[in-house]
Design a protein around this ligand. Structure first.
Ligand code: NAD
Ligand code: UGA
Length: 472
């Protein structure tokens, strides 16, 4: 049996669905790609003529959308129509951590996955390849398969056939287009060779054959979780050592360089910082912990749990360092927060370390002047209030932070500057000039080790750099 693929549907127009389908549309001009979502506002944003208003900021994305949109790439809320016409459907919906019920706080909430499978079960026609693009607990394909196969039995339609594959996405935000154009590898898991080949042929339009791995579906699902767990583990490892460097007189930059030059270890993902953020590392490791516990592997579960604990500790420790450096009280003090996104080159704030650190500082009564080149005031407000009853119920908190449009505005009149995201423009701050608008004594806390600390020092600023032993 061979597959003819002309029409692709992607359920979920988010950080993965949008960029991934844009790149497929660009590389495969003969295919028609429909990206569908239940969120009308998001779809409207994807269809905006002003490309600076796309829902996602990602370098290189708007150029591709401008080239392909309404030619072979469409964004729509008409889920029924586009599932019906699809030969291949990617499920790219959100899979956050469950907030209530069994497994709350650890297991992935699969309700959006299940809803997508049910939509496919209801509307699909003919032979359809269904692809898990979302990151999922191992064995999820069995659930999707069951929903699809039983729907066939129920409606007694022998013309319909479903083939479920796993094809996890490894892109990182901020470099998504590059990662999609030149992936380290593409992983396809499944048990139907023809369906695997159909997806493989799609990627062969631009990816080298030796970079396309195939496996059984469970290995594919699990590999995605493990790749994220390993990446996050490196960050927690280096962050733990940043604290030891501060205590011993070593410098984390020197240690990272020396350790990373060992080709067996490698130099990537060894930058210490305020802890990992982003929508996935924490939720994927929590999910891994949950799966291990489910299988009675408690030691394995607690091993991975430590990666998350260390990340939380790093954020807490930074807040404490800032407060104690500023003589133990920040009430009546102004602090400039430079960067709110969880990393540079994205407008995504999900699980950003800035959220916890800003909340800690607000709770101590600090006045925050927050600036991020890509994050809106509404998004910062949303993140600071979310699931934090202390802050939500505190009527004064809104007066305690101010949204700023530039570095200059954010740093005006402040006692301290705190760099939380490694945006390029923060690397080039001219401290001699900037320090003139700060109040003395002045402090700089660089949690990303990106700024010219020596210049800041010579401008009369007390400086602190993560993983560096020179005390303020
Ligand atoms: P997202 O929240 O940005 O987007 C998901 C979209 O799916 C939302 O717009 C939502 O409205 C839509 N949706 C939910 N249920 C739907 C339904 N039943 N029908 C139609 N649309 C529906 O999420 P994301 O960041 O794109 O992540 C999606 C998945 O990809 C997650 O499993 C995540 O772990 C994984 N992933 C994310 C990244 C990343 O960098 N963000 C990278 C690799 C993998
Ligand atoms: C990460 C993975 O890198 C992707 O492969 C994966 O597809 C994705 O998660 C996912 O599944 O969602 P992403 O979260 O977008 O991508 O960004 P990363 O570059 O991995 O950064 C994650 C966090 O770690 C950021 O807060 C970043 O600042 C931090 N980080 C990263 C460090 O603190 N130090 C480093 O050396 C690298």
């Amino acid at each position: 049996m061979s597959f003819e693929i002309n029409n692709i549907c992607c359920i979920g127009a988010g950080y993965v669905g949008g960029p991934t389908m844009s790149v497929i549309a660009d590389k495969c001009p003969n295919l028609t790609i429909n990206v569908v979502d239940i969120n009308q506002q998001r779809i409207d944003q994807w269809n905006q003529s002003d490309l600076s208003q796309l829902p996602i900021y990602e370098p290189g994305l708007k150029e591709i959308v401008s080239k392909c949109r309404n030619k072979n790439l469409y964004f729509s809320i008409d889920i029924e129509k586009h599932i019906k016409s699809a030969d291949m459907i990617f499920i790219s919906v959100n899979t956050p951590t469950k907030v209530k019920g069994i497994g709350a706080g650890q297991a992935s909430d699969l309700k959006w996955i299940e809803a997508s499978a049910r939509e496919i079960a209801k509307f699909a026609e003919g032979k359809t390849i269904v692809i898990e693009k979302s990151t999922l607990p191992v064995k999820t394909a069995a659930i999707i398969n069951k929903i699809l196969q039983e729907s066939n039995t129920e409606i007694n339609n022998s013309d319909r056939e479903f083939f479920v594959l796993s094809n996890p996405e490894f892109l990182a935000e901020g470099t998504a287009i590059n990662d999609l154009n030149q992936p380290d590898r593409v992983l396809i898991g499944g048990d139907n060779q023809e369906a695997i080949d159909a997806l493989k042929n799609l990627y062969l339009n631009w990816v080298d054959e030796n970079k396309i791995l195939t496996s059984n579906i469970w290995s594919s699902e699990l590999s995605k979780l493990i790749a994220n767990a390993f990446l996050a583990q490196r960050i927690s490892s280096i962050n733990s050592i940043s604290a030891l460097c501060e205590a011993t007189g070593a410098d984390i930059k020197d240690v990272s360089l020396a350790v990373g030059m060992d080709s067996r270890i490698g130099n990537k993902f060894l930058e210490s910082g305020p802890g990992f953020g982003g929508s996935c590392f924490k939720k994927d490791i929590l999910n891994l912990v949950y799966i291990c516990k489910h299988h009675g592997l408690d030691e394995v579960a607690s091993y991975w749990q430590k990666v998350i604990d260390m990340n939380f500790w790093q954020q807490k420790r930074l807040s404490e360092i800032i407060i104690s450096s500023l003589f133990g009280t920040i009430s009546e003090k102004k602090i400039a927060i430079l960067g709110f996104a969880f990393k540079a080159n994205t407008n995504d704030t999900r699980e950003s370390p800035a959220i916890k650190i800003c909340r800690d500082l607000l709770e101590e009564g600090g006045n925050l002047q927050i600036y991020d080149p890509r994050v809106s005031k509404e998004m910062i407000n949303h993140e600071l209030q979310k699931q934090d009853e202390n802050i939500k119920n505190n009527n004064d908190y809104k007066k305690l932070w101010k949204y700023c449009e530039s570095v200059q505005q954010a740093t005006y009149g402040v006692d301290a500057v705190l760099i939380l995201t490694e945006w390029e423009e923060f690397k080039n701050i001219k401290w001699q000039k900037l320090s003139k608008s700060m109040r003395s004594p002045k402090w700089l806390f660089d949690t990303r080790s990106i700024t010219d600390i020596e210049e800041a020092k010579s401008a009369g600023i007390n400086t602190w750099r993560l993983g560096n032993s020179e005390a303020i």
